[in-house]
Design a protein around this ligand. Structure first.
Ligand code: B3K
Ligand code: ZN
Length: 868
């Protein structure tokens, strides 16, 4: 890697390309160390100008350039570009390059995953395959001919339809692919290898047959069935809910072990991290099953929102990602529990996304300035982006939203579009003014809604005053008021919902908050009500309303909106955390408030409650979300409060935890939503029982478990509570599963997140485990990522040894895989809520990294912002 002066790119500076490329014919001769690529493009000048053609390219050996079939040396070459001048208006450009896939540890471009070749081109990986206009607004029709040795690579795959194939007499063979849909280079894919293939088919609504093929490592066929079911369910869902059909004759998914993220939506040929494909009862947990369904859905839904209509430039990333996350969330909610899905998504926003907003990488869902695009595949772009789409859905309603989506897709089919285009279609289809709403695209940070109320007992009116304020972020000092949909219900003291009347008319539950301060007056309210504010988390904001314990108890019991019930319990827990933190600081002991115990008891005794929701209501938030309750806090103390609340709730409700455990045993393993819910509740109960020392029960569950969910829950409970027998379980598990990376990742993760001073040393030791490798992103995330990101108390040890461990890993990954390094550094740059002593230690480490001789752009961007 060369030391580069990282340059900032600005959204404002967008210029259309000087040239178009209409077709690209690729001829790829695969070889481990010397793959040769011939790329023949038809190039067309965009308008009248004499500008050169500047093609992107990185780490390529240039072998030949020809224009209209004639070799030329009239070009300039830099580290990152090939520049051609004095070109005709239209011409055929031939470029031959050589590259070394086996040396590609960054897993971007063409690389080897085990014995197979595969590619990852989004965002800017195609330039590592050939010189090209590697930008999403250049759409070309691709044909790809792949040649490789036949014995090792019997399957040669690329985008579109297979149109020809042949065998050469030197033991190699080739396949020719043609993709009829023009696409940007980031959607290109190539895979070559030996696999087992699960085949099926799907008939679309209009009667077209689509061949479905899932490629997995040999011996894994029996683990691909759930992925196939999920794919068919996705295809059916998109037809039913959004009237969108698949458009090629074949849909292929390939599972690979070495992958920087979850999966990639390449046209007709998705490449997946095996983690999101493989699942069977012995090896996958319930949440693994749901994750497979979600990610298969997500990538499939991209075929319309991302591929048929793509992004004009990378600043618009949320155009495809926010929308596609919204679509996968709706898919999971329609197939499973809407409330539980909502809760899980909200946990993600309130924890890690709010932390991102409060940290040095704060950015709007449509960023304005980027150094390394890979750094912007963030929770903000994805998850907050989806919340923005959800707010549109809330404001417009399902019908108008679907009209808007249809208009957007029809208007921009085959084009590269912008977020403004999307909002324009939504506005036109619904006849709504979304001008203020658009600020959600340009403003970063988490808005705070402060609500006060007043009841007039004579007039029987109830007035809510809503004040909105977005604290300044590193990237933006000034903030403007946003259009915030505030979903509301009012409850009587008996827990009855009251009708909402304003100015004599019935109004809907969603209030349009548009100004910094706004009042809403409700009439004919018989007595002071309890407001359920922000039902369903109707906007990604923090809410301040001085709820009393009684009000929260009432909402937890009686709200019609199930999300509000969960949220009320969360608010009670938050109150208990804040109070107890002060108690600990004063030297007093942690006390679990009576109200909290009572609400837990009522929840445990509520036989009518959905088990999955019950499990969520009885689970404490993680430390990350709790951190967001404070400006600055000692994370060690916060960890103590968290643990002692868990212990207190365990002790106070022993018989009920036992009952909940017994009542939710599942006689045999079935993957359906009811059983998943029962196991979730049972295992929450097990956690509380383990805390009280019930080693025998934990042991029994570990020994008798017939599925991975129960096995891991038992082992986790034992490790968390430091029970006798934990060591034996860990050893047993390792002996049984050491051959299976995906399963063993759970084992790494569990030990990395164990409480106790010994964890750091354990993590260091596990780095020497025969299956651990810094070149395998899944393994790195399971051990190092989990330790730094999901074990805050041990990572933020006061001796700084947690930081040193991460820094030494980052120093290595900076060279071999900058993308993975850049993901891993997150807990180190989000220090604003920590105490001064820890902040100082972290800053010293960041300075140390900043001084690295060849710091990648990825890390440079984050570290320089954190130190600014
Ligand atoms: N679009 C890809 C993510 C690519 C990440 C590049 N660093 C997967 C997805 O969101 O569906
Ligand atoms: Zn996506």
């Amino acid at each position: 890697m060369t030391q580069i002066k990282p340059q900032v790119q600005y959204r404002e500076d967008y210029q259309p390309p000087h040239y178009w490329i209409d077709t690209l014919d690729l001829d790829i001769q695969l070889d481990e160390h010397a793959t040769e690529v011939v790329a023949i493009s038809r190039v067309r000048r965009n308008g009248e100008h004499g500008e050169p053609l500047v093609l992107d390219g990185e780490q390529l050996e240039l072998l030949q350039v020809a224009i209209n079939g004639v070799d030329t040396t009239q070009y300039q070459q830099t580290d990152t570009a090939l520049i051609l001048s004095q070109l005709p208006e239209e011409f055929v450009l031939t470029i031959k390059t050589r590259l070394d896939p086996a040396a590609n540890t960054a897993l971007e471009g063409l690389y080897k995953s085990g014995s197979a070749f595969c590619t990852q081109c989004e965002a800017q990986g195609f330039r590592r395959i050939t010189y090209y206009l590697d930008r999403p607004d250049v759409l070309a029709r691709f044909t790809t001919r792949v040649t490789a040795e036949a014995a090792s690579y019997p399957y040669l795959l690329s985008n579109g339809n297979r149109i020809d194939q042949g065998v050469l007499d030197d033991g190699r063979h080739w396949v020719q692919w043609q993709d009829p849909f023009p696409k940007p280079a980031y959607l290109f894919a190539l895979v070559a290898g030996d696999f087992d293939v699960l085949r099926d088919s799907y008939t679309t609504q209009s009667g077209r047959e689509v061949a479905l093929e899932i490629y997995v490592d040999k011996g894994n066929l029996h683990r691909a069935g759930h992925a196939m079911d999920s794919l068919k369910a996705s295809m059916a869902w998109d037809e039913q809910r959004c009237h969108l059909e698949y458009d090629l004759d074949v849909y292929m998914i390939v599972a690979v072990d070495f992958f920087n993220m979850g999966a990639m939506e390449n046209k007709g040929l998705n490449v997946f991290n095996a983690k999101f494909v493989l699942a069977d009862a012995n090896t996958a947990t319930d949440s693994d099953y749901l994750d497979v369904e979600r990610v298969i859905g997500h990538e499939y839904f991209h075929n319309w929102t991302g591929n048929r209509v793509t992004c004009r430039d990378w600043f618009q990333l949320s155009l495809k990602e926010g929308l596609t996350v919204f679509r996968d969330q709706e898919f999971s909610s329609d197939l499973g529990s809407r409330t539980v899905n909502r809760i899980q998504n909200v946990r993600l926003i309130r924890g890690p996304q709010f932390a991102e907003d409060a940290g040095p990488m704060a950015h709007p869902i449509r960023p304005d300035a980027v150094i390394e695009m890979n750094n912007f595949y963030t929770l903000t772009v994805y998850e907050k982006g989806s919340e923005v789409i959800r707010m549109l859905h809330t404001l417009l309603g399902e019908q108008a939203f679907q009209r808007g989506l249809a208009l957007y897709l029809q208007r921009h089919d085959g084009q590269a579009a912008t977020c403004d285009d999307f909002v324009a279609a939504m506005s036109e289809a619904s006849d709504r003014d979304l001008s203020r709403f658009k600020r959600w695209y340009s403003q970063s940070g988490t808005p705070v809604l402060t609500v006060t109320d007043d009841y007039d007992a004579e007039q029987h009116t109830y007035t809510l005053t809503v004040h909105q304020h977005t604290p300044a972020t590193g990237d933006q000092p000034q903030k403007l008021p946003l259009h915030i949909p505030l979903s509301l219900a009012l409850y009587s003291d008996q827990g009855e919902p009251l009708s909402l009347l304003a100015e004599g008319e019935a109004i809907g539950p969603v209030l349009d908050v548009l100004e910094s301060e706004q009042r809403f007056v409700f009439e004919q309210i018989p007595s002071r009500p309890t407001p359920a504010l922000l039902q369903g988390f109707s906007a990604p904001v923090k809410l301040n309303y001085p709820y009393s314990d009684d009000q929260l108890t009432l909402l937890a019991k009686s709200s019609i909106d199930e999300f509000v019930r969960w949220d009320a319990v969360q608010m009670l827990i938050n109150k208990a955390v804040v109070d107890n933190l002060s108690r600990l600081q004063r030297g007093d002991a942690v006390v679990v408030p009576r109200t909290l115990i009572d609400v837990f008891r009522t929840t445990l005794e509520d036989a009518a409650l959905d088990r999955a929701l019950q499990a969520q209501m009885l689970s404490l938030p993680d430390l990350g979300s709790l951190l967001e309750l404070f400006e600055q806090v000692d994370i060690g103390l916060l960890g103590q409060v968290h643990e002692q609340l868990h212990a207190g709730l365990s002790e106070a409700l022993q018989p009920l935890w036992q009952q909940a455990y017994e009542q939710n045993l599942t006689p045999e393993y079935r993957i359906d939503h009811q059983d998943i819910a029962r196991r979730a509740m049972k295992n929450v109960a097990l956690g509380y029982l383990a805390q009280a020392g019930d080693a025998e029960r934990v042991q029994r569950q570990y020994q008798q478990a017939d599925n991975m969910t129960d096995t891991l829950a038992a082992m986790k409970a034992a490790v968390r509570a430091g029970l006798q027998g934990a060591e034996t379980m860990l050893a047993d598990f390792e002996a049984k599963w050491r051959h299976d990376g995906l399963v063993l990742d759970n084992w790494f993760r569990l030990q990395a997140t164990a409480p106790g001073e010994g964890t750091l040393a354990q993590v260091q030791q596990l780095m020497g485990h025969p299956t651990f490798s810094l070149n395998n992103p899944n393994r790195v995330r399971a051990l190092i990522g989990a330790f730094a990101g999901a074990n805050p108390v041990q990572f933020h040890r006061l001796d700084g040894a947690g930081y040193d461990l991460l820094v030494s890993v980052l120093e290595q990954l900076n060279k071999s895989n900058p993308q993975v390094a850049s993901r891993l550094i997150t807990p180190l740059i989000q220090f604003s809520r920590l105490d001064d002593a820890r902040q100082a230690m972290i800053k010293a480490r960041l300075q140390q990294l900043m001084a690295l001789p060849a710091l990648s752009r990825d890390l440079f961007e984050k570290i320089s912002k954190a130190l600014a």
